[in-house]
Design a protein around this ligand. Structure first.
Ligand code: GLY
Length: 370
């Protein structure tokens, strides 16, 4: 078991990673200390529950929890709403959860964000554990305490920072992840390589076929590397006043594309892959990187089966730009974009000419989606 710490003074917590984590005695004793005599509710969506909910509840039973109960909500980004959160509060009340209880979010990004937000707000905050099952959740959303839900006008517009007690990352869950979800998580992995770690990109290029075959040792190493970068970024800048904003590479473009598709045609990772392609084009256009850096990004995205064009008609270019202004990353009326200035290095750029941004969007409109 590898332990990576998110270092936030008295709110520090470990990310515990292994490909057979639930059988690790060290994990049991760590959790027994946190859960002894407490009530725990495990929440999963309707896709993950049939696969892992019983196994995980039994596991927690063996960690000295007083009572372990569960709740299930209907899977899908369209259900990441305040309405679903309200139904979770009712489940918490019915199970008589109070501030001494612990909630476990078992699932992908939607589950972690929404259940985390329910935990952040129920009775003004109860502790929770992140147990990711999707690659995107392993490498990104389960770490760092961002919780929230979507509004019809934009993603994650209501939320709270609420750090978990621990992130329990058993990479064997990745074996059953649907192919499209798996590929989408790889978009976030490529993101870390492009913004922070050129050697990660070289490694991904070398082992891409084995990653696509889901060789567990490699997936575990990949999750460890990304968790390290995420933990380091959050430890230095929990509230996104500086370096954490770099994690939004491709996301301001991507969120706009995702919202225009009404959260249905493209999923988050696909939208991020397209958004990174737009951001890399813009970086080239501004003379910040050589075209070869952008081309390497494009090749690895394509090798991972990710789209690099939006599939939206060119006429929607201005709408994408408008939607970008609904993003949380807007400051005043200025877009705050993350661009590359070298392979493995990024920075936040404000005040980029809107015509250039529009060109970068237009260049990636049209076909190319899976
Ligand atoms: N997913 C971006 C962040 O956690 O800041």
């Amino acid at each position: 078991m590898r332990t990576i710490t998110v270092d936030l003074a008295d709110r520090s917590y470990p990310i515990l990673i292994s490909n057979e984590l639930l059988s690790e005695p060290q994990l049991r004793s760590f959790l027994a200390e946190k859960l002894s005599g407490k009530n725990l509710m495990v929440v999963a969506d309707s896709n993950v529950a049939p696969l892992y909910l019983n196994q995980v509840c039994e596991f927690f039973q063996g960690c000295s929890a007083k009572k372990v109960v569960s709740a299930v909500f209907t899977a899908g980004e369209v259900n990441k709403t305040l309405g679903t959160v309200a139904s979770l509060y009712q489940e918490f009340l019915d199970a008589r959860l109070d501030r001494t209880s612990v909630i476990c979010a078992l699932g992908g990004g939607v589950t972690g964000d929404m259940v985390g937000f329910a935990a952040a707000s129920y009775m003004r905050g109860v502790p929770f554990i992140q147990m990711p099952t999707s690659l995107m959740a392993f490498v990104d959303s389960s770490i760092g305490g961002k919780t929230g839900v979507d509004l019809p006008v934009g993603k994650n517009l209501v939320g709270a920072f609420h750090q978990p007690l621990a992130v329990v990352s058993d990479t064997s869950f990745l074996k059953t992840l649907p192919e499209r979800e798996f590929r989408c998580g790889l978009a976030e992995v490529v993101k870390y390589a492009m913004i922070f770690d050129s050697s990660l990109l070289t490694w991904l290029e070398d082992v891409s076929a084995s990653i696509m075959n889901r060789e567990l040792e490699l997936l575990t190493k990949m999750v460890e590397t990304c968790s390290y970068w995420k933990a380091r970024t959050v430890s230095e800048d929990e509230r996104e006043k500086g370096g954490r904003a770099l994690l939004n590479y491709g996301h301001t473009f991507g969120h706009a594309i995702e919202v225009l598709g009404e959260y249905s045609s493209l999923n988050h990772g696909e939208a991020v892959a397209i958004g990174m392609s737009m951001a890399a084009d813009l970086s080239v256009e501004l003379g910040m990187i050589e075209p070869e850096v952008r081309d390497r990004q494009e090749r690895i995205l394509e090798r991972f089966g990710l789209p690099v064009r939006s599939g939206l008609p060119e006429e929607k270019t201005k709408e994408v730009l408008q939607k970008m202004f609904a993003d949380k990353k807007v400051e005043g009326q200025q877009l705050r974009l993350v661009l590359l200035d070298a392979l493995g290095h990024s920075l936040v750029v404000r005040g980029v000419d809107l015509g250039l941004i529009e060109n970068a969007i237009r260049g990636r409109m049209g076909d190319g989606c899976p």
